[in-house]
Design a protein around this ligand. Structure first.
Ligand SMILES: [Ca+2]
Length: 192
């Protein structure tokens, strides 16, 4: 009986190790594009299984919520994410989400839909890898500072030095440069 229990325990332990190793495995982009989130299910986690996060220090405030877009024939429930920020002088705040351990070596661009509802000059887009290295670029380098929906295409060649075999997170960083504002964001994806 003791032997049977021991074998059962070993099988149980092996199953746990297998599940754990699958859970930690790198997700690899293989096709033309890899969707991170279209927000249409209006719930965390994103399409990669990663969760979003908010941070707001030294008097800053961030709010993020799902925003239902007007329906058209192609999609009845098209949600995007609305992010509002208040970033007084010397504060620091951001919204981001985990991509888990993502291999996007074959990708050339990060693409997203954006509708600024205010000035976005102080907004930066950061990409972080599993080594803890983070590279930031001003969103206004790629996006127009107007109030219409636009496709924003960000070349990953501008994010030098990252380990693109193990990308961990993408963050929008809000600074006191624009102390108050909001934007709508949708359809974040890596593309070849
Ligand atoms: Ca959407």
């Amino acid at each position: 009986m003791i032997l049977i229990h021991k074998n059962k325990f070993i099988i149980f332990l092996s199953a746990i190790l297998l599940i754990t190793s699958i859970g930690c495995a790198n997700r690899q982009m293989t096709g033309e594009s890899l969707l991170l989130d279209d927000f249409n299910d209006a719930i965390d986690p994103n399409e990669l299984g990663g969760f979003s996060y908010i941070y707001a220090h030294k008097g800053a405030r961030i709010e993020a919520g799902y925003h239902l877009l007007e329906s058209d024939e192609s999609s009845l429930y098209n949600y995007c994410l609305e992010i509002s920020w208040q970033t007084p002088i010397a504060s620091d705040a951001g919204w981001g989400f985990n991509t888990r351990v993502l291999d996007v070596t074959i990708a050339n661009y990060l693409k997203l839909s954006l509708k600024p509802k205010s000035d976005i000059n102080g907004v930066q887009l950061a990409i972080k890898d599993m080594n803890g290295k983070e590279v930031k670029q001003p969103l206004s380098r790629y996006a127009k500072n107007d109030r219409d929906w636009q496709n924003v295409v960000i070349p990953l060649s501008d994010y030098k030095g990252l380990d693109f075999t193990r990308i961990k997170a993408i963050t929008l960083i809000f600074s006191p440069h624009t102390p108050e504002g909001s934007l709508l964001i949708d359809d974040i994806e890596f593309r070849k």
